[in-house]
Design a protein around this ligand. Sequence first.
Ligand code: ATP
Ligand code: MG
Length: 423
Amino acid sequence: MTYGMRQSKLFTKTRKEIPADEVSKNAELLIRGGFIHKEMAGVYTYLPLGLKVLKKIENIIREEMNAIGGQEMIMTALQKKEVWEKNGRWSDDVVDVWFKTKLKDNTELGLGFTHDEQLVNLLTEYISSYNDLPIYPYQIQTKFRNELRAKSGIMRGREFVMKDLYSFDKTEEDQDRFYEEIKKAYMKVYTRCGIGHRTYITFASGGTFSQYSHEFQTLADAGEDNIYVAEDKGIAINEEVLNDKVLKELGIDRKDLVLKKSVEVGNIFKQGTKYTDPFGMAFTDENGDKRSVYMGGYGIGVTRLMGTVVEVLSDDKGIIWPEEIAPFRVHLLSLGEDEIVLSEAKKVYETLLENGIEVFFDDRIGLSAGEKFADSDLIGIPYRAVVSARSMKEGGIEIKKRTEEKGQVISESELIELLKKDK
Ligand code: ATP
Ligand code: MG
């Protein structure tokens, strides 16, 4: 359903001030623009504008995961101690980010920082035969992590949204095939979110089963990771795994690599039978033999992705949202106190909605043109359409892209045509 919103009715306002302890650019712009509210370090509320962006990102991920056979579900945040003990990950010495709590009767519980163990435990009730495989369940859900440092805005939350998909395959070859497929699906997600051109599939440590895992690293000054990039080859290596052996294997010369700061917006792991064996997850094959299940884990930091977009796609005036995840397609502004202008702008608003174009309508009165333009640049909707006494005299509406300096006056029908194009 097409969605319009009047700025005069929106309870959030743009701000000049940000919390004194906020040091990250993404949080600063998102707070000033009215997308998020800071509750405490690493903990943010998604306000109406911010939720619109978050939902669009989630939907892109959902579409790409469904396209490769993903089945969406939602697991619980509350986690049972016994399930995590089975695989040795309940201990705080092993996992240092647990948030733990207790029931009234003192039963210990954890708040899910990830869901591998819970899912494998659950699936042992559903998987027993070769007919039950492969499956690719996933969820888009809030994770809780007691991160030591949370200074990167929504790029490192103590409470954050993650997409986690898990693959369960009959053979190593099937697992490898899916692994390559999801790599492509991930790149589609980052491209649709506007950061594909600076996101590298990066060799990293941690694959239990294979030698490497892969991280999706987006180049950004505010990144917490360091990667070595061979730009012409399109290859990147996390500094953690850079050594002579790796260079030789990848056929790369050390001198062709450039050190860059980056953000890990996703990662993929082949886990083999590391989780499935301890939980006794197995299947009977066509010959009636019992066999282990091959598992993989695939994460995308959904809120981190949103923060990364803001870090890399903004200028000194504010955010520049890519088309597919912008809260609205066009920001319509009416300028001045003139009744005729306001009623013309309202008419344009209605026409845009009737034509299925998502529009944010700055119908506020008592603000200068300068104030409205500054707000519009800060909020960063891809197109800005202005109705003013001047634009009306020139025969229409002044339209410009967020990235353009100057606009041009066009008629209402031309405006509709333009905004309907390349969606
Ligand atoms: P990092 O090294 O940045 O802490 P991680 O290796 O702990 O990440 P995973 O546990 O594999 O990450 O989580 C999957 C994805 O979730 C990561 O690739 C990242 O995009 C995102 N993510 C991890 N921790 C956070 C966090 N605290 N806030 C926001 N997103 C996160
Ligand atoms: Mg971590």
